[in-house]
Ligand binder design. Sequence first.
Ligand code: MN
Ligand code: MN
Length: 483
Amino acid sequence: MNQQNTWNRYSDKQVKETDKFAEAYMKFLNKGKTERECTDEIVNQIEDAGYVELEKLLKKKETLKAGDKVYAVCMNKAVAMFHIGKEDLEEGMNILGAHIDSPRLDIKQNPLYEDTGFAMLDTHYYGGIKKYQWVTLPLAIHGVVIKKDGTTVIVNVGEKEDDPVFFVSDLLVHLSQEQMEKKASKVIEGEALDLIVGNKPIKFEDPEKDEKKKKEDKEDSANDDKAAAKDAVKKGILAILKETYDMEEDDFCSAELEVVPAGKAREAGFDRSMIMAYGQDDRVCAYASLAAMLEVKAPEKTACCLLVDKEEIGSVGATGMRSKFFENTVAEVMNLMGTYSELSLRRCLSRSAMLSSDVSSAFDPTYAACFDKKNVAYLGNGMVFNKFTGSRGKSGSNDANAEYVAEIRKIMDEGDVNFQTAELGKVDLGGGGTIAYILSLYGMRVIDCGVAVLNMHAPWEVTSKADVYETKRGYVAFLEKSL
Ligand code: MN
Ligand code: MN
């Protein structure tokens, strides 16, 4: 097996390709900071590449054949795409899977309040985060407000240079003697992650207003003054929300607003070898999978890519991997090919092979003691395969069958893909789950793989450009084989 640095293997031409791929990946990250934004961008890219929405085919009563490309979207947050192969669907598919949700702060359904001159939005964090990492950072708000009449208002504020940003405060160090004694999990508590969104009362006196006007205003509003002063900052924010998004306070109730780090993906290091960005878990695997799907030409087996939501909170809900969305979509695709039966569907699923992709922990020399050096991924050493994940004795893991691991090794070697095998960290220090075990329930071959990440789940995560590119190459090698 190749346990070596990918950069050492690359020709100048490949280094250029790596940079080019990283550039496109960073653009994807900038466009997709939520699962909805990712879905929109994915759909744009695959439609340009000739993919047709399943619903459209159903309405037009069209059929599918080898070479066709079809996709389905679940509630604007998950996508399944298929490039129909030459072999019968019943013989199984080659499936790439990854998730497009990332840890963040979600705005609550009744969030807006004023406290001592600050307008604040109450949040509930999503996924596993070190809460103390999310304070004193410039934050952006992305999401949708769905009004009662069904109209969707898109919110995206904090990303443009002249946009305002938002933040969660932290206690000044000068007064932090007690706070600094607390356990890291308690330093910043979940309910303390409230977003500061304003500090200016709605009615403030303009000192340059002429005296006569001032007097008139005073007479007009003498009685309202007291009422207006209460929650005047909150009222100011509501007025802005009304003007900008035509939304009322009640509309927060049917909104999905996500608070994410403000700012773009950046190259990192003097040598620009790395990428620092929000949400690389797991958009790095999602993007590489998407790119591989768009690259593969005339596959033998049907190539399938599943980019799902809710992995970070247990793959639950209609848009998570545990939903029947995928299975239903495969049944529809089979039906349009004229080969559907319950048995054919079962056979298709059980005969499929899957690369279930998610990020892996990269060895961090500053915290060397937390890793088993022989069984950890190194940043820059290529695509990562995890035979198993889980925690406390592999609990919750899809432990890939050795026979399947052997098939995959062969494919990667034949495709000249630099890869490494890894576990998250030392036994009994913790662990993590992926979507692999859910697909394995169909009896299909599944292995965890992906890209190594430093600072996983932090507001800014780091990957190696070479790993991102090499992983895309690994996906292409996989999709081109008949497993
Ligand atoms: Mn993940
Ligand atoms: Mn994660």
